[in-house]
Design a protein around this ligand. Structure first.
Ligand SMILES: N[C@@H](CCC(=O)N[C@@H](CS)C(=O)NCC(=O)O)C(=O)O
Length: 263
C-alpha cells in the first residue's frame, strides 16, 4: 500500500496527521505545499481536495481528506500501536475530544494565528497577491477570516470568540487531567491527544501566555507530549521563519488576549 501525504510543514492539521504517522512509523511519501504561495489552490490539487486545504492523504492514489478522518483511517488500517480505547463508550468520548478542532477550534486557531502573526506573511506578498489569495479561497468563512484578520489584526471582531474558545478547550483539558492522569483518555495516549496537541503547541509558539495561566496540568501534558518519540511529526518540520515571526508578534498581543479573557 502506497501512502502519500500532501501537507505543509507548519499547518496544525498536517501536524496532527504527522503525529499519527510518526506514532505508527508509517512510510509515507511527503509532498510539501507552500500555502502562502497558494499551492493548495491549483486545479490539480483542488481535484484531490476541493476545499483547497492541507492535508490530503493518498492511499494508492485515492484521496482521503479531512485530518480527523485521515487519523481515524490510519488508526483503523494500521492498528499498532492502537490510538483508540477498546471500550466503545470511551471511544465515543475520545472522538468528542478529537473532533473539537472540527467544531470550532481549528477556525479559531486560524483566526488567532493570522491576526497575531501570519497576516504579515500575506501582506508582504503585496495587494494583488493578497486579493487573489482571498478571492480564490473556496470556503466563504475562511475568506472572511482572512479578510478581517488582515485588515484589523488582533482587533478583528472574530478574535474575541476565538480566544474564548481556546480558553474553554484549555480549561476542559485542565479539568480532565486533574486526577493526575497522563493523557486525555487516562493511561492510553489516543487520537484525542494527537488532535489537540498542535493547537496547544501553536498557542505556546505564539507565546500567548494568558491562555496558559493557572493551568499547570495543561502545561505538564504539553511537556509530556513534547517528550514522546512521535513529536518528531511536529519538531522535524518546524520552520524557523514562522517561529521567529510568532515569537516576535505574540507577546505584544498578550494584552489583547488578557483583555478578552477578563471581559
Ligand atoms: N477541516 C480541515 C481543515 C484543513 C485546513 O484548514 N488546513 C489549512 C492549514 S492548517 C490550510 O490548508 N489552509 C489553506 C488556506 O488558508 O488557504 C482538516 O481538518 O483537514
Amino acid at each position: 500500500m502506497k501512502l502519500e501525504l500532501f501537507h505543509n510543514n507548519m499547518s496544525v492539521c498536517a501536524q496532527k496527521v504527522r503525529l499519527v504517522v510518526a506514532e505508527k512509523r508509517l512510510e509515507t511519501e511527503l509532498h510539501h505545499l507552500n500555502i502562502r504561495a497558494g499551492e493548495q489552490l491549483t486545479p490539480e490539487y483542488l481535484a484531490l481536495n476541493p476545499a483547497g486545504v492541507v492535508p490530503t492523504l493518498l492511499v494508492d492514489g485515492q484521496p482521503i481528506i479531512e485530518s480527523t478522518l485521515i487519523c481515524e483511517y490510519l488508526d483503523e488500517q494500521f492498528p499498532e500501536p492502537r490510538l483508540r480505547p477498546e471500550d466503545l463508550r470511551d471511544r465515543a468520548d475520545m472522538r468528542r475530544w478529537a473532533m473539537m478542532p472540527d467544531v470550532g477550534l481549528h477556525a479559531a486557531c486560524g483566526a488567532i494565528s493570522f491576526a497575531v502573526a501570519f497576516r504579515e506573511q500575506l501582506l508582504a506578498l503585496g495587494d494583488e497577491a493578497v486579493a487573489r489569495n482571498i478571492a480564490e479561497t473556496p470556503d466563504p468563512a475562511r475568506r472572511e477570516r482572512k479578510r478581517q484578520t488582515l485588515k484589523h489584526g488582533v482587533d478583528a471582531p472574530i478574535v474575541e470568540g476565538a480566544v474564548l474558545l481556546h480558553d474553554k478547550v484549555f480549561s476542559e483539558i485542565e479539568s480532565r487531567l486533574q486526577d493526575g492522569q497522563d493523557w486525555i483518555m487516562g493511561d492510553q495516549y489516543t487520537l484525542a491527544d494527537t488532535a489537540l496537541t498542535p493547537y496547544a503547541v501553536r498557542i505556546d509558539q505564539l507565546a500567548l501566555t494568558p491562555l496558559f495561566e493557572r493551568r499547570p496540568a495543561l502545561i505538564a501534558w504539553l511537556d509530556r507530549v513534547r517528550q514522546r518519540a512521535n513529536f518528531t511529526g511536529i519538531a522535524d518540520f518546524l520552520d524557523d521563519s514562522y517561529l521567529s515571526l510568532m515569537s516576535r508578534t505574540g507577546p505584544p498581543s498578550c494584552a489583547r488576549v488578557a483583555q478578552i479573557l477578563a471581559s
